[in-house]
Design a protein around this ligand. Structure first.
Ligand code: HMG
Ligand code: MG
Length: 300
């Protein structure tokens, strides 16, 4: 199969990247990050989440972040919503696109959203109905698609069932999350092959955490399988509070470099993106997790 000619990047740094940070991050710093990402040319930014502040305290100020950012036309500013309460809060904050998140593993579903996979899907039904009525687009995530921190191996058929349900209930795209970053390129190709029996490949996205350093290889494998939407996080920020030891998403800067080398265009300005990553890393007092950013900053 030939490679896609264009790729859409879903920048999840302000949400997946920051949700796991223990230290308080001010609303102003979060707003600045989102505005910097907009200025770098990203067309889709996951800004925050409307989840229980007891479960994920760092996302508590998401409504204020939405109120503070400069929204540009043709850029999607999205939020995670686990239930109706979160959906209503997001709509109240003016959010036009949300994401629901389910898991391919029962144990992870319990740890992450305190219910079974079946219960989570039931919970999403009224949310999707309300979203349809209000013209809010809904994206779906499936976590633990290539392994679970509690259940270990996850069969591709198990992922396919959950992905198919999310798609059937109205999610316009399903993002396949390698939450713990253990998947390999071979696993990724097999997974897409199975999931694509039920969902068109252009309705799938890849969400690779880079814990084992396999994310770029997995993206390349996904491109070969005809997937052309990828979630990534500026400076490789992040991790999941319910997946111990899991590191951040693949760095957006590194994905851009890969795509550039393949002749696949995006409208993102790498230099501006590197500057955005450096700024948030200095706020967090962290080393930049992007290999490309580190190389460029070192003059390589
Ligand atoms: P629960 O305790 O079962 O919920 O949590 P509940 O309905 O029994 O409510 C308990 C309390 O939470 C109540 O408050 C509710 O009002 C409140 P209280 O009466 O105790 O004061 N509550 C809420 N507050 C704010 N916003 C809401 C909300 N819902 C209930 N939306 C719940 C269930 C789903 C709420 C909880 O487990 C939760 O918030 N989990 C969030 C987990 C999360 O955000 N995880 C990280 C994101 S997922 C991820 O990172 C994976 C991904 O990146 C893909 C990948 O990498 O695989 C997407
Ligand atoms: Mg994630």
């Amino acid at each position: 199969m030939s490679l896609p000619t264009s790729v859409r990047l879903v920048e999840v740094g302000p949400r997946d990247g920051l949700q796991n940070e223990k230290q308080p991050i001010s609303v102003a710093d979060k707003v600045r990050l989102v505005d910097d990402l907009t200025a770098a040319g990203l067309s889709y930014i996951e800004v925050g989440s409307f989840v229980s502040p007891k479960w994920v305290p760092q996302m508590a100020g998401s409504a204020e972040v939405f109120a503070g950012i400069q929204q540009r036309p043709n850029v999607t500013y999205a939020a995670l919503t686990p239930n109706m309460k979160g959906f209503e809060a997001a709509v109240e904050a003016g959010v036009k696109e949300v994401a629901v998140f389910a898991a391919a593993s029962e144990a992870f579903s319990q740890k992450n959203i305190n219910c079974s996979i079946g219960e989570s899907l039931q919970r999403f039904l009224p949310l999707l109905d309300a979203a349809r009525q209000q013209g809010v687009r809904v994206r779906g995530y499936v976590s633990c698609v290539l392994g679970c921190p509690y259940d270990g191996f996850i069969a591709p058929e198990q992922v396919a069932r959950v992905a198919r349900d999310l798609f059937a209930m109205g999610c316009y795209e399903v993002s396949l999350g390698d939450t713990i970053g253990t998947g390999t390129a071979g696993d990724t190709r097999r997974l897409i092959e199975v999931v694509a029996r039920d969902i068109p490949r252009d309705k799938l996205a890849g969400h690779f955490h880079d814990t084992y350093g396999q994310a770029l290889a997995n993206i390349y494998a996904s491109l070969l399988e005809g997937v052309s939407v990828f979630d990534s996080s500026v400076a490789g920020l992040g991790g999941c509070p319910y997946a111990k030891g899991a590191t951040g998403n693949v760095a957006t800067e590194d994905v851009l470099y890969l795509l550039d080398g393949l002749g696949i265009a995006t409208d993102v300005d790498l230099q501006r993106l590197i500057a955005a990553g450096q700024r948030i890393c200095s706020v967090l007092g962290k080393e930049n997790g992007s290999r490309v950013a580190r190389a460029r900053l070192a003059g390589a």
